[in-house]
Design a protein around this ligand. Structure first.
Ligand code: ZN
Length: 333
């Protein structure tokens, strides 16, 4: 048992004791945090293959923090459960990550998150981007089936802004008006697809392109019967459940209620995020769709838990590079 006669200590001895104890406490906290993160990375891992070449991996022991190590039989590169995920490069403890993600889900700006949690703004932004990654991965895994709803949503200038310096300003920043986005969801998943290739109403081929490979044939498609939808419904072998738009019509409103609710929600969510980069519109839309679907079903706390699980299991993406390229194509027009 360690005993120190504290009143008898000199100031120098006291300072030394305090620094030794603090150091030891911090070391233990780091160790516990690393072990907790290793366990979470393993629990939520979604792809068990080699992060470098995609081959099935061989176990190769454990690190001191109990993270499992693997050796790839093909490319011979070693990896752990957290390789490539946001956990591998973060020094934050799980508690702080959870606090940040909770505030991101609650639409807090980065500087507010930074202030409340006690991290810098870049760190808050980093985790907000990981939330987007997770939502995008979720939407990519969603394959619509049984019964789904869809419609195109138009990004229009907000009432507060409009034409400024010859450029239309929207809640998405300086973009031309008339960007369109496909919004589609069933009971368990969904996706938003921004038509980056062209502004204005999407053609029937663009709509078909947005859905190809993302719907089970034979599913029931509920929509407003726009003629640009027909090609997609036919080519993908869907059951057509269309409702002619008549303002105030009960039958139409009943059938389309979920869709209208979803679009209003997404629109409202964009309004509380002014200044989103054009290239990030789709990622944010998927994040809002993810939140709408999960909060409705499971409440806010469970939504945060699911999202954190997804973040821990989703490789950190480079996907904003893709958006950047799309953005370039767009700006050359
Ligand atoms: Zn490999």
């Amino acid at each position: 048992m360690l005993t120190i006669d504290i009143p008898a200590c000199s100031d120098g001895e006291l300072a030394l004791a305090i620094s030794l104890l603090t150091e030891e406490r911090e070391r233990r906290a780091r160790e516990a945090s690393a072990a907790e993160k290793a366990a979470l990375a393993r629990k939520f891992k979604r792809d068990t293959r080699c992060p470098h070449c995609g081959s099935p991996l061989d176990r190769d022991g454990s690190r001191p923090d109990k993270a499992r190590m693997y050796l790839c039989p093909t490319c011979k590169i070693a990896s752990s459960d957290s390789t490539g995920t946001s956990l591998s490069s973060s020094k934050l403890g799980v508690g702080k990550i959870r606090d940040i993600v909770t505030l991101v889900v609650m639409d807090c700006p980065d500087w507010v998150i930074a202030h409340i949690v006690g991290v810098n703004i870049k760190t808050a932004q980093y985790w907000a981007d990981r939330c987007l990654d997770a939502a995008v991965a979720w939407s990519k895994e969603s394959k619509l089936s049984k019964h789904f709803w869809f419609d195109e949503m138009r990004f229009a200038p907000t009432r507060a802004s409009g034409l400024e310096g010859g450029v239309w300003t929207t809640y998405a920043g300086k973009i031309a008006k008339d960007a369109y986005m496909e919004v589609a969801f069933d009971r368990s998943g969904g996706f938003c697809h921004v038509f980056y290739e062209k502004l204005g109403t999407p053609s029937r081929d663009m709509i078909l392109g947005a859905f190809e490979g993302r719907v089970e044939p034979g599913s029931k498609a509920t929509h407003d019967g726009a003629s640009s939808h027909n090609l997609m419904i036919k080519k993908l072998g869907l059951r057509d459940d269309w409702h002619k738009f008549v303002a105030g019509d009960e039958e139409y409103e009943d059938a389309m209620r979920l869709m209208s609710n979803c679009c209003s929600y997404i629109r409202h969510a964009f309004e509380s995020h002014p200044g989103i980069k054009y290239g990030k519109l789709e990622a944010y839309a998927n994040f809002f769709l993810y939140r709408w679907m999960h909060v409705r079903k499971h409440g806010l706390a469970a939504t945060v838990d699911y999202l954190i699980g997804r973040i821990f299991g989703t490789p950190k993406s480079h996907l904003f590079d893709d958006y950047g390229r799309k953005n370039e194509i767009w700006s050359r027009k």
